[in-house]
Each structure stands twice: as C-alpha cells, then as structure tokens.
Design a protein around this ligand. Structure first.
Ligand code: ACO
Ligand code: PYR
Length: 539
C-alpha cells in the first residue's frame, strides 16, 4: 500500500441510531460478514452492555471471528466521580473480547457542565482514567473526540486539553467528530490543520494518528470527510448507505470510491471495491429500508441515461456522460425509455431485449413515435420495461399471441358486516378454445387476476408460479375529478425474476386489467425465451 487510509465502519452502531432502523442480532452478524468480505479494516459492532443484543454480537464473533476486519467495541468514558476499574459498564466492554475499543469523550465544555454536570477537570480525569484502564488490560484505544469542532470553536484551549489528555494516556487514534453535523468544509480544513500543527511536538506513548467522523446535518458529511483527509487524517469513519442518527453519517459507499478512485488512497482492494454496489443493496435489504435509487455510485440510477442526447453520446463513448466506469464499483449502465428518448434509446433497449433493430429500419422511428404518443397519454415505460418490450414486438409483428381477451365483468358488493366482496368474470380464447371463467377476490383487481389465471391454467400450468408482487396507482390529472386518468403499474414475479407492466385508462379497473394481462403475457414470454433478457430483475 503506497497511500493507506483506514476505513472505519460504524453502520452497526451509529448507523443503527437512525430512526426507523432496527437490526436483529442475526442482521448485525450478516452485515458484519459482508463488511469483512469487503476488507473494511475496522468494524464498530456496538456498545456492549448498552443492550443484550450488542453483548451477544461480540460473543458470537469470539466463536467465529472475522477474517479481514478488526471488530471494535464502543463506549463512553467512565461516569464522573467514580473509578474506571470499578465501573461495571467498562467491565462489560472488556468482556466483549475485542483488541480495539473506541471510547468517546467530551471536547466541548458546554457538554461537560450541562450534559455531564461535572467540572472541566473531572472530565479530563474521566478521559485519562478510562484510557489507562483499557490499556492496563491490553486493549488498544481509538478516541472519538465528540463535538470536536463545536467545542474547538467555542473554547479551543479546553478542547485541546481533552485531546492531549487522550493522546498522553495512550489513545492511538484521535478522531475529530462533527457530532452535530453543523460544520462546513472550509472550517474542517482550518481546524484540522491547526490541531495537527498544535499537537505535532506532543510526547505520547504512540505516534499520533488522526481520524474524522462526520454527520450529514448540513449535507456536507462527504465534503467534510474529504477536507480532513486532504489535511492528513488517516482514518475515515462512516456507514454503509449513510445510515445514522438524524440525517445520517458520511456514506462509505460514496466516500470509498471518491477516496480510492479519484484521490488515489488505498482503502480496500480493487477487487473488493467491485462489491460495493452489492454490499450497499444487501445492507438496505437486511435493514428493511428501500435502497436510494439516486445514491451516488451505487444507486440504480447512478449510471442510468434517459435524455436522447445523453444516450446517443454515451454509446459512442461512455466518458461523455459518466464520471467513472460503473463496473469499477459493481454497478451497471442502464438506458431508460421515456418521452425524453431518441432513436438511440430505442435501439439500445431493443438490444437488451434481444431484438435485432437498426437505425435504418423504418419501424424504429415508428416505435419511437408510438412511445412518445403513449407517454403523452400517461403511460410510463421507464418503470414498465416489460410493456415496452411487448410494444416493440407488436410493432415488428413478432408479438406472440398466448391468448385473446374477449371481455370481462367485475361486480363489487359491500355486505352489512362491512366486508367487500368482488367477483370477476373473464372471457378468453386460448389455442382456439373459448373459455369463460369466474373467480372471487378481496378486491376487483385480485378477482380479475384470479379469474384470468383460472382461465389460462390448463393451457399454461406455469402460471401457478406467477405472483402479483406490487401494485401502484397514480392519478394523472387529479383536477378532472372522477374522470381523471389513472396509471397502474403492476410488478409480477415467477420466483426467479421480476418484471413490470403498465396500464392507463379513465377507469381504474380497466387500467389494472391492462397491466395484469400484460404481466401474465410477459411471464409466458419469459418462459419461452431461451436467453434471459435484461428487462427483468433477477431475484
Ligand atoms: C455521539 C454519539 O452518538 S454517542 C452514542 C450514543 N448512543 C447511545 O446513546 C445508544 C446507547 N445508549 C444506551 O443504551 C444508554 O443511553 C446507556 C446504556 C449508554 C446509558 O443509559 P442510562 O444509564 O439510562 O443513561 P441515559 O441514557 O439516561 O443518560 C446518559 C448518561 O450518560 C452520561 N454520558 C454521556 N456522555 C458521556 C461520556 N462521554 N462519558 C461519561 N458519561 C457520559 C450522561 O451524563 C448521562 O448520565 P446520567 O445518567 O448520570 O445523567
Ligand atoms: C462518536 C460519535 O458518534 C459522534 O460524535 O458523532
């Protein structure tokens, strides 16, 4: 490593302080193993003693240790007017069995007097005593200087005393924390520069190393961390997907590529950085939070091209509209079709569907025109690529007819016990036979879906595997009241793949019907397809 930078992940501790995020013991262990495989040097696992789950987490890792990463226990300094050696909270930290402990202490005198309700002198004693206690038990200490920047701005002399106390007591890393997230990058630059200068001649048991821990309350967590790195800090703390207290922490999925690919620091291996997108999505899945499609580097849309001008150019040379090759961090380029499209979008999309289409084929323009006309009527194909694939096949005369719809009826009634019942009847022609089927459902769409499946099941038994996974409705021109147009997006699945179809009508049942029918048709088409097409998401 020529330019090492130590990444410190706190997803399992500060990340878990995000409102709405709750990780079970098993979730924490699964995430830790992913971070380990990513080669993150330090993983903060939690605060042993704060809750039973965090205690068990460390015990489990003692049984099956991580391979690449150091797991770190987190805690505060001892309580005021006590002894570290007699503090049960600190004993619980030792029992976690980690080599490294991260200890946070107060840098801001306001927190000492108001938060801890103690004296400035006692706070220094708490920092020193706790670090000496851990060192006497052979532990290595990272010192998180909580509220560093706010404390330094208000009372630089006292803030420096706290930091020097930690360094002299034997903390190996001093981490500047922007705990309230209110600091801006130019302030970080100046303060980090001044403090490194002010401590350069300090006599300490270990050579001093500095770190940075930023929060995103001002939207500058990434810029702040980079500013500190450019001033010489060698540890960067953050979380996967930027999860964390309030507005979150510095997002490691953004920081790592910036530091490694643009600033040439060695953070994780070149092969491991290719797993970043996968790890980001894995963590959001385990955390049960929808992934941010527009997240830099790892978001689904981070390398999606929608405007026709962009698509045309990016196909000639990706550098025209991409800041890095998406594969570097395991993401991929996507071409989106919409009313912003040009012929380039249509041709690129055709290729991903396995359809042979070129610029000189007059059908290409016809498809583009139809796309724009339908989008003008309210269809949205960027979210419903399966319907766009069917539209192309229709235009080219290659759309296969699995069944022909003759019509449907839906009855809904609400009984005196307040429950709603729906009954749907469908008429279809399949392989030359006319079929009439009826089914009930808890609503008109589920009744229609059930009746259609019943009608088709004998001819296409694979329909039993298909599921309607998601159903989204949007009113397009709300000002028109009950005659407004409705767009329905239906996501279907066959257990291995997912695809989305769209329907638009002034009647919500008709719009749903179009989307459900195309969903079934596309599922049947996929079963016939020899090679998988990229319109579907592999589950
Ligand atoms: C900047 C950060 O993110 S720090 C991490 C914050 N994370 C968390 O708080 C999550 C885990 N915390 C917990 O489970 C609990 O708060 C515990 C177990 C730590 C403490 O619980 P309790 O004993 O019930 O105390 P409570 O949460 O009400 O208050 C915090 C106490 O810690 C004290 N404290 C705060 N910071 C420090 C510090 N650096 N050193 C010593 N004590 C501290 C406070 O003064 C307060 O003490 P008091 O109880 O004597 O008033
Ligand atoms: C330690 C920590 O999480 C903070 O100061 O934000």
């Amino acid at each position: 490593m020529t330019n090492p930078l130590f990444i410190y992940d706190t997803t399992l501790r500060d990340g878990a302080q995000r409102e709405g995020l709750s990780l079970s013991l098993d979730d924490k262990l699964r995430i830790a193993r992913q971070l380990d495989s990513l080669g993150i040097p330090f993983i903060e696992g939690g605060w042993p003693g704060a809750n039973p789950k965090d205690v068990q987490f460390f015990w489990k890792l003692q049984e099956e240790p991580l391979v690449n990463s150091e797991v770190v226990a987190f805690c505060s300094t001892r309580r005021p007017n006590s002894k570290a050696a007699e503090d049960d909270h600190l004993k619980a930290i030792l029992s976690a069995g980690t080599r490294w402990i991260t200890l946070f202490g107060k840098s801001w005198d306001l927190h000492v007097t108001e938060g801890l309700q103690t004296t400035s002198r006692e706070n220094l004693a708490m920092i020193e005593d706790t670090i000496l206690f851990f060192r006497s038990h052979g532990r290595r200490v990272i010192y998180d200087a909580e509220h560093w920047f706010d404390g330094y701005k208000k009372n630089p002399d006292y803030a420096l005393q706290t930091l020097k106390t930690a360094a002299k007591a034997g903390a190996e890393w001093l981490v500047f924390c922007d705990t309230n997230g209110g600091t801006l990058p130019h302030e970080i630059t100046q303060i980090v520069r001044d403090v490194i200068q002010a401590t350069k001649d300090l006599e300490t048991p270990f050579p001093l190393q500095f770190g940075i821990h930023t929060h995103n309350d001002s939207g500058t967590a990434i810029g702040n961390a980079i500013a500190a790195v450019l001033e010489g800090v060698k540890m960067v703390q953050g979380t996967i997907n930027g999860y964390g207290e309030r507005c979150g922490n510095a997002n490691l999925c953004t920081l790592i590529p910036n530091l490694q690919l643009k600033l040439d620091y060695d953070c994780i291996g070149d092969e491991q950085i290719k797993k970043l997108t996968e790890v980001s999505r894995f963590v959001s899945e385990v955390a049960n939070l929808a992934p941010d499609d527009h997240a830099p580097f790892v978001g689904l849309s981070a390398f999606s091209h929608k405007g026709g001008i962009h698509v045309s150019a990016v196909q000639r040379n990706p550098l025209t509209y991409e800041h890095i090759p998406p594969e570097t961090i395991g993401n991929q380029r996507r071409i989106v079709v919409s009313d912003q499209a040009g012929l380039s979008n249509v041709l690129a999309k055709a290729r991903t569907f396995g359809i042979d289409l070129d610029r000189n084929n007059p059908t290409s323009r016809k498809i583009l025109q139809e796309l724009k006309d339908l989008e003008n009527q309210g269809y949205q194909f960027e979210a419903a690529e399966a319907s766009f694939d069917l539209l192309m096949r229709e235009a080219l005369g290659t759309r296969k007819t699995f069944f022909t719809l003759k019509g449907f009826q839906v009855h809904c009634d609400k009984s005196s016990d307040e429950t709603c019942h729906a009954l749907a009847t469908v008429k279809v022609t399949v392989k030359g036979q006319d079929i009439l089927e009826a089914a009930e459902g808890n609503g008109p769409v589920s009744a229609l879906d059930a009746a259609l499946r019943k009608a088709l099941m004998n001819f296409y038994p694979m329909i039993a595997e298909f599921q309607l996974r998601d159903y989204k409705v949007r009113i397009l021109d709300g000002g028109s009241g009950t005659s407004a147009k409705t767009r329905v997006l239906v996501e279907s699945s066959n257990g291995q793949q997912r695809w989305t179809t769209v329907g638009v009508s002034t009647n919500i049942i008709d719009a749903s019907y179009q989307a459900v029918v195309e969903g079934l048709e596309y599922g049947l088409l996929l079963k016939q397809q020899e090679t998988p097409v990229s319109v579907v998401t592999v589950i």
